[in-house]
Design a binder for this molecule. Structure first.
Ligand code: FAD
Ligand code: NAD
Length: 475
């Protein structure tokens, strides 16, 4: 029997769930948000994977380690000499924890301000939109909602013969908590987490080897981009072994021995720590009662339609739990779209224009179709590109690696995609996303005034270069 009734119950308080809760409260819904996560202090820690063990803490460490790297390697060219530079990893980790904690507290205040009821515990969907809540402290109870949004996120994949012990062999959680830079760090998977966390610890002095099963680095972007990225990573000393399939990892005398095959030969390497970053899967385990009526895909994701409706009436699912990219901003936008649809508005999400960013140095960002996608689909296209090394701002900053590439439809000139490798790519990609959402053409971008000297001039010039009229390079 259900004791308490809500307009909307949301299971999972990550960027999908908590954003949906706030938008629903703005639309006058009575909302219950359930999230099981707790901090080291045993207090509720809303914000999901993203805030607690994902986007935010990883970027805090990427920033700290970037400062350290710049002081050591890049300041001399500016005439700045700094003696006795040292890194206190403990202070860096504490700073990261403070950033996370501050944002956990900010969210709890936002819930209060929006009159969102928050339960720190586990939610399980039963039948007819009733949800069993098992609080972190106290007895279970049942609540009922007019609508339920499932936003339970994702958990890391594991691989056979490699057991995460949280100390020597870690996933993303452990890689954010090392007490010191390991002398040798092994990473399984040269995907987004592997490259970001590998960069952090490399900058802090670790020797880092990444084992990637595929023969190609970052196949999600075009070859010119992945080659440029590989060149930069090599310069930084990241040892990326492509086509390397890990057979297992064993703890031997406090070290981790990784056995792998490459080109048909078996080899091994020994590390102080090993990070396993081989992708993530939907956190659907324990979320659904037998009578929930919600169908799963064969990959364990919640099956949804284009509007995030599940197979059970008025039950919705969003974020990492469903198809599409596993990104925080995608989860949030789905949350808003679902709530607005529930409220009778026209909730909208365009999965074709979700920007991606890898926060390495240089950053790598992309949106829309790649050349590869278009060639496969038989779409005629043209491209324009521009290197940061030809921008006054990039050179003045001493940060001019990489380039911008814009891909436009051959006939209509409409922008179909863009890829950027370079400084502040994470910020610059937004201009392209806006242009694409407004169905803009490369001609539009080429005719928009960009301030001088800025890095965004590379976007302007790349757009002009689609029509072979870039000014600061030979076309
Ligand atoms: P989550 O953030 O996973 O939140 C789900 C929450 O629900 C969790 O707190 C979970 O504990 C809770 N929960 C699960 N089941 C239940 C249940 N039954 N009852 C109650 N609570 C439950 N994305 C980006 O866009 N940018 C980045 O820079 C970025 N960096 C990342 C770095 C790392 C190391 C990792 C691991 C991920 C990163 N991501 C990044 C991905 C991003 O974290 C996810 O895409 C995003 O968090 C998904 O949001 P969500 O709301 O769907 O789920
Ligand atoms: P990923 O999918 O990005 O990369 C995993 C890599 O591991 C792949 O290249 C895959 O080929 C490789 N791999 C798989 N099995 C392997 C094996 N047995 N041996 C060697 N290599 C193997 O996954 P991830 O890095 O774990 O990150 C998970 C997800 O989290 C990302 O896909 C992304 O959605 C999200 N994320 C986003 C950001 C960001 O937006 N900046 C940062 C981190 C994570």
């Amino acid at each position: 029997m259900s004791d308490k009734k809500f307009d909307l119950i949301i299971v999972g308080g990550g960027p999908g769930g908590y954003v949906a809760a706030i938008r629903a409260a703005q639309l006058d819904m009575k909302v219950l948000l359930i999230d099981d996560r707790q901090g080291d202090d045993g207090k509720a820690a809303p914000g999901g994977t993203c805030l607690n063990v994902g986007c935010v803490p990883s970027k805090a460490l990427l920033d700290s380690s970037k400062h350290y790297h710049h002081i050591q390697h890049d300041y001399a060219a500016h005439g700045i000499s700094v003696d006795g530079v040292s890194m206190d990893v403990g202070t860096m980790i504490d700073r990261k924890r403070k950033v996370v904690k501050q944002l956990n507290g900010g969210l709890l205040q936002l819930f209060k301000a929006n009159k969102i009821e928050f339960a720190n515990g586990w939610g399980k969907l039963l039948s007819d939109r009733s949800v069993e809540v098992t609080p972190c402290e106290g007895d279970s109870y049942t609540v009922a909602g007019q609508h339920v949004i499932l936003a339970a996120g994702s958990v890391p994949f594991t691989i056979p013969n490699v057991e995460i012990d949280g100390t020597h062999i870690v996933d993303n959680v452990g890689a954010l908590e090392f007490g010191e830079a390991p002398e040798r760090l092994g990473v399984i998977g040269a995907g987004v987490i592997g490259l970001e966390m590998g960069s952090v610890w490399k900058r802090l002095g670790s020797e880092v080897i990444l084992f990637e099963a595929m023969d190609e680095l970052l196949p999600v972007v075009d070859k010119d981009m992945s080659r440029a990225a590989a060149r930069e990573f090599k310069k930084q000393g990241l040892d990326i072994r492509l086509g390397a399939k890990v057979a297992g990892a064993d703890l031997v005398d406090g070290k981790v021995k990784v056995t792998y095959t490459k080109d048909g030969n078996e080899s091994s390497e020994t590390f102080d720590r090993l990070l396993v970053a081989v992708g993530r899967r939907a956190a659907s385990e324990g979320l659904l009662g037998e009578e929930s009526g919600v169908k799963l895909t064969d990959r364990g994701q919640i099956e949804v339609d284009a509007h995030c409706r599940t197979s059970a009436e008025n039950v919705w699912a969003i974020g990492d739990l469903v198809r599409g990219p596993m990104l925080a901003h995608k989860a949030s936008e789905e949350g808003v779209a679902v709530v607005e649809t529930i409220a009778g508005q026209h909730g909208h999400i365009n999965l074709d224009h979700v920007p991606w960013v890898i926060y390495t140095d240089p950053e790598i960002a992309w949106v829309g179709k790649t050349e590869k996608d278009l060639a496969e689909a038989g779409v005629e296209y043209k491209t324009g590109s521009f290197p940061f090394a030809a921008t006054g701002r990039g050179l003045a900053m001493g940060d001019a690696a990489g380039h911008v590439k814009i891909i436009a439809d051959a006939e209509s000139d409409r922008i179909l995609g863009a890829q950027i490798i370079g400084p502040t790519a994470s910020e610059m990609i937004a201009e392209i996303v806006v242009t694409m959402e407004f169905a803009g053409a490369s001609e539009d971008l080429g005719r928009i005034i960009h301030a001088h000297p800025t890095l965004s001039e590379a976007i302007h010039e790349a757009a002009l270069s689609v029509d072979k009229r870039a000014i600061h390079k030979a076309n």
